[in-house]
Design a protein around this ligand. Structure first.
Ligand code: CP
Length: 309
């Protein structure tokens, strides 16, 4: 149903596959919003969710999507597994594959870990975030949210604010938005912008007010507080004052701007609570669209051809 066997990243993912996943997500959203929220399109399929890093949204969303599709869903958590006894990633994965699984979802701190998994697993592999490399399913749910809100993505003006350097969400969003024809400006402290930003095909500004007055939609990124000791951000207070999505900034725009955030949010640092909870924010729509998008991805990668939606 897709040209691709796996979903590892969006950089080299066919645009036709990306569009098919987005369009099919809307059909699953209708199902999720109806009275019969369960379909048996993946009956007899077994999917293992392997989370080597913490997650709330992605893990629950995949588990829910699998259950809604009628698949057998197994959750593997590294903190309670034999990884703690020193087992390697390769051995862990080969043992899981020996139990005859049809698909694997992996989140891991190392860039390239999802790709590595494809060497050891016969079934489809889906990247749920690999270090600072990519988070393709987050970007797909973001595209579904944008298309739902604006009816199109082509020529949309999108600002991405924050830690672009370390953000797998920013990278996957940029690849998806470029494939779909949006214009992108990234903004953040110079210490958190990659030196090759121009190669990513995006414009850069260090002035948040400039990007806010230009864009239709702004994606705020989580400031990775664990990196503050590296000296990349002087303090939470200064970051908030220079790059925060504050009530004062958004209010003075006098235009409707759509606010997105992948979560988890640091309220009072990259975004004010008043903005996160405002009418302009579609942050919880993103979460619901995450379930629909992951149903679409799992269905298109794993369903037998006879299972028509
Ligand atoms: N957006 C996202 O990936 O959130 P989690 O880390 O909670 O999965």
């Amino acid at each position: 149903m897709l040209k691709s066997k796996h979903l590892i990243g969006l950089e080299n993912f066919p645009t036709s596959d990306l569009n098919k996943i987005i369009d099919t997500s809307f059909k699953f959203k209708e199902i999720l919003e109806g009275s019969e929220r369960k379909v048996n399109l993946l009956k007899d399929k077994t999917i293992v969710n392997m989370f080597f890093e913490n997650s709330t949204r992605t893990k629950i969303s995949f588990t829910l999507a699998e259950k809604r599709l009628g698949a057998d869903s197994i959750n593997f958590s590294s903190s309670t597994s034999s990884v703690k006894k020193g087992e390697t990633l390769k051995d862990t994965i080969q043992n899981i594959d020996a139990m005859k699984i049809d698909g694997a979802v992996i989140r891991h701190g190392h860039p390239g870990s999802a790709l590595k998994l494809t060497q050891y697993i016969d079934g489809a592999v889906i990247n749920a975030g690999d270090g600072s490399h990519e988070h393709p399913t987050q970007a797909i749910l973001d595209m579904v949210t944008l298309k739902e809100k604006f009816g199109k993505i082509k020529d949309l003006k999108v600002g991405i604010i924050g830690d672009i350097l370390n953000s797998r969400v920013a990278r996957s969003d940029i690849f998806a938005l470029k494939k779909l024809g949006a214009e992108i400006v990234v903004c953040g402290p110079s210490t958190l912008l990659p030196s090759n930003a121009k190669n990513l095909g995006v414009n850069i500004t260090y002035n948040i007010d400039e990007v806010l007055s230009w864009c239709d939609v702004v994606i705020g990124l989580r400031i990775q507080l664990e990196r503050m000791h590296l000296g990349r951000i002087p303090s939470k207070r200064e970051y908030h004052s220079e790059f925060g999505l504050t009530y004062e900034r958004i209010n003075k725009l006098k235009k409707d701007i759509v606010i997105m955030h992948p979560g988890p949010m640091n309220r009072g640092v990259e975004i004010d609570s008043k903005i996160a909870d405002s009418e302009n924010a579609v942050i919880l729509d993103q979460v619901l669209n995450g379930v629909a998008s992951r149903m679409s991805i799992l269905y298109l990668l794993l369903a037998d051809k006879s299972q028509k939606l």
